[in-house]
Ligand binder design. Structure first.
Ligand code: TEU
Ligand code: CA
Length: 557
């Protein structure tokens, strides 16, 4: 595998609306991010992915873009963004923007022009179909946020348009070379501005099975998940190769894709040495909660399921390229709430989960607040939920016969809002996020989970992540930690996650994913303990006594 500049880095996702407010309007913004760069530098992260800050009506919290070339006033100005790029560079940090080009906003100029003249050139930028009132829609797909993917074209009774996400997110028609040229022009404009690359949104969706066809309904609503279509869609890589050739490769840009429902055999074309992307996220653990019945069918993920999912991804990628390892992001509930059983979410357990993910082969990708162990929030009523997807899932659960209380309990477990509560910087008013009224309620636990308290405590979760990152940067271990093969150890032992990292050195990473202690007979007497989440490791020769949620990195040679 060709070595790349970003391989030994650590990445961090910022969801700007909830990161840091600087002007007291209760909404996170770019000057607020700039004011926190030194905190991020102290943690040790290098690559920063900024969720969208472009002009947007925020129907899907910025993933509905109405102007790709402008910063939304909620977040600041283009000058603020230029300053962020410069300030990050000064700290040897690299900025990624979010590339959202499966769709734009229905308030984008292109879509407004399409509504004015559906048969005109901009009408071809979208999937707009003639439709006689009363006729069935062109296909019966259900969108990601629930409901049909077709709606009447605003101002028309006899045209419909496609949106696989929110109705305010009309899909862009990638079959149209003119549209693709507009997208590439915009990508290069941002790369010329000095960003290091992009995180690429929902990109598997750009290729549809055409002409539109329906599939057998998978629920009583007569619709079928759009993902059923993706199983048959072919040819997406032609578009992606063209995009990479026209943009990323010209700038040696870092391109990390959000890829769901991709075919495993295509992985080399996505992240191989000649792949269209640098990297993709490993969503295997998150996919364990997916169900054709939506959140109602979402099962709890057990430690053994998490382990096997992650090891499968490690095996899949090992000779091909790097995946990005996460425990959470802005679309998922908080990892520590999802993967550590209720009542066992100690800092020790959070360190174990973070360490097991971080030490895998690939790019460690933290999400804002993960470094201090932020947890799911509370939903007194469904009215607290901001996220359009959460409301879609809630409605579907009521439709399916769940009581509001049952549906709300599942919302509390699964909602993306859990990851979108303001970052808890201090134990003071509004957790130091804003001097105004926060746009979303602060998680009530901010007094005992916040950065200020943890930065001063050597045994805090924040300090543990800082030490993990420093270890990855350590000359002696870097080659093994970055490129060493992952080799599971005692894979079938329940609630023990252990794996070698084999490079110039051999490391053994272990996590006892339960409260109960266990005895472990190591393959040899370790030479040293590189990092642990508990003091006073109980090791006699090669016999190790692991306490509840104990995590260790041992050197074997
Ligand atoms: O998400 C794409 C996506 O398919 C999954 O994240 C999932 O279906 C969705 O989050 C519903 O839970 C990307 C962005 O990460 C997400 O925030 C946007 O809502 C979506 O695309 C549309 O742009
Ligand atoms: Ca603000």
């Amino acid at each position: 595998m060709k070595k790349e500049w970003w391989h030994n880095k650590v990445a961090y996702q910022i969801w700007p609306k909830s990161f840091q407010d600087s002007n007291g309007d209760g909404i996170g913004d770019i000057p607020g991010i700039i004011s926190r760069l030194d905190d991020l530098r102290a943690l040790g992260v290098d690559i920063l992915w900024l969720s969208p800050v472009y002009c947007s009506p925020l129907a899907d919290e910025g993933y509905d873009i109405s102007d790709y070339y402008a910063v939304d006033p909620h977040f600041g100005t283009l000058e603020d963004l230029d300053r962020l790029i410069a300030e990050a560079k000064q700290r040897n940090m690299y900025l990624l923007m979010d590339l959202v080009v499966n769709h734009c906003s229905d308030e984008h100029y292109w879509f407004r022009q399409a509504c004015a003249d559906p048969e005109g050139p901009y009408g071809q930028f979208f999937y707009i179909e003639k439709h006689k009132p009363g006729d069935p829609m062109p296909c019966n797909w259900r969108g990601y946020f629930g409901g049909p993917v077709w709606d009447l074209l605003p101002g028309h009774e006899d045209y419909v348009y496609l949106h696989v996400f929110h109705k305010k997110q009309p899909d862009l028609n990638w079959e149209n070379p003119q549209l693709r040229r507009e997208v590439y022009k915009m990508i290069n404009w941002w790369l010329d501005r000095g960003i290091a690359g992009f995180r690429i949104d929902a990109i598997i969706n750009i290729k549809k099975v055409l002409p539109f066809r329906s599939y057998p309904a998978d629920r009583p609503d007569g619709l079928c998940s759009v993902q059923r279509m993706l199983e048959e869609a072919t040819g997406v890589l032609e578009f992606l190769d063209e995009m990479a050739e026209e943009t990323f490769r010209k700038h040696d840009a870092f391109a990390i894709a959000e890829l769901f429902d991709n075919k495993p055999e295509e992985l080399p074309r996505f992240i191989g040495d000649k792949g269209c992307f640098s990297c993709i996220f490993d969503f295997a653990p998150e996919m364990l909660s997916k169900s054709p019945d939506g959140w109602m069918g979402a099962k709890e993920v057990t430690p053994d399921q998490w382990k096997h999912a992650v090891f499968t991804s490690q095996r899949l990628a090992k000779d091909t390229g790097f995946m990005a390892n996460i425990i959470e992001n802005h679309d998922e509930p908080r990892g520590v709430s999802r993967y550590i059983p209720e009542g066992e979410r100690s800092e020790t357990a959070k360190k174990m989960l973070g360490g097991l993910s971080f030490m895998l082969r690939g790019l460690p990708f933290l999400y804002q607040g993960q470094e201090i162990g932020m947890e799911n929030t509370v939903f007194p009523t469904i009215d607290q939920a901001d996220d359009c997807n959460t409301h879609g899932e809630y409605a579907a659960m009521l439709e399916a016969g769940l009581t509001p209380e049952e549906a709300l309990a599942i919302v509390s477990r699964m909602s993306r809002d859990n990851a979108r509560t303001p970052v808890q910087w201090t134990g003071e008013k509004n957790a130091g996020f804003t001097t105004g009224t926060p746009w979303y309620p602060i998680n009530p636990n901010y007094r005992h989970i916040n950065l200020e308290e943890q930065r001063q405590r050597p045994d805090s979760l924040w300090s543990f992540y800082r030490d993990l990152i420093a270890l990855r940067r350590n000359e002696q271990w870097q080659e093994t930690i970055v490129y060493g093969a992952t080799e599971p150890w005692h894979e079938d032992e329940s609630r023990l996650m252990a794996y070698y990292r084999r490079g110039p050195h051999t490391l053994l990473v272990l996590g006892n994913w339960q409260q109960e202690p266990r005895e472990v007979q190591l393959p040899s007497v370790p030479q040293s303990i590189l990092l642990s989440n508990l003091p006073d490791t109980q090791l006699e020769g090669a016999s190790l006594h692991l306490r509840g949620y104990e995590f260790l990195i041992l050197t074997l040679n």
